[in-house]
Write a protein that binds this ligand. Sequence first.
Ligand code: M6R
Length: 366
Amino acid sequence: EKGGYDHFMIKEICEQPKAIRDTLKGRLDLEKKKVVLKEIGLDKEAIERIDRIFITACGTAYHAGLVGKYVIERMVQIPVEVDIASEFRYRDPLITENSLVIVISQSGETADTLAALRMAQKKGARVLAITNVVGSSVAREADDVIYTWAGPEIAVASTKAYVTQLIAIYLLSCYLGQLRGTVSGEQLEEIIEALVRLPGQAEAVLKQQTQIREMARRWAKWEDAFFIGRSLDYAVAMEGQLKLKEISYIHAEAYAAGELKHGTLALIVEGVPVIVLATQKEVYEKTISNLQEVKARGAYITAVAFESDQEIGKLVEETIYIPDTISLVAPVLTVIPLQLLAYYAAVERGSDVDKPRNLAKSVTVE
Ligand code: M6R
């Protein structure tokens, strides 16, 4: 059932172009350049009333939520808070009837996420779920559901579910933006075109597997690594470090690049591996100056950047290029090399990739 692959994880990484395509299917009106989410009951009036959005989830789904905050705030102009479900449910958040609470869960069975959903409904909020499992507890209890069509995800480390959660977030943001009038026709067109290109671009990233596998041989020898980035690259850095820790057992940390000099820079000495994500054009120069800071301390730098950015390659030890796209959707492509590096480093280190120690696929107890 692994379809010729060594592990479910690599099979699922390779299924991402299809998962993205399936999640977009039927939800884009390419003629009118609009997003159609028929499954959602939220109408214009209900959307107008929303004055605050909360996103809550665990692990990788939480990292998708971090992307969600940036994207929704930019496109829908409503303040968004993102919280880990096990924190959210116990902190008595200021939810009202005018709040929209978005829960994200691949399995739809995560105990803390489900408890957060119930708490939000009790406080009168409308809950929208993004989930991959039809008929799961989260899907049944939420007021609205957007399914991610990733297909069954077997490996404990989440990959294709994450990218489809991002797709669901883009679709929802466009949809809310359309109804609230906070996104222009031009912006919508740009995003929709970028979304349509993603499956093919994800294929192109996957074609670099041999090169990434080579790089992972070096990564496998590390005991610590740092992931840095700004804006959406920071959100992807969070996911990249989790993937590496979870399956290769290499200690990894993600930092907002601008935060390094507030402490962590003390750990950056000769030869320390730093992965720099540099796809966000609004903060590109700032990211490069952080790259220079770690370079000056002798870090061993791996960059992930757009193909059009050949300059960055001259500054660092190794670069992985992803196809050019708009900043907003870049996370879908940026995460793929990080998944592959974590996977191949784990294989190299002989870990049980699909079932890492101490972890379960579905965390149904808190
Ligand atoms: O099923 P869920 O999306 O609710 O699961 C949430 C986390 O347990 C999950 O994403 C976990 O962090 C993964 N093992 C990460 O790869």
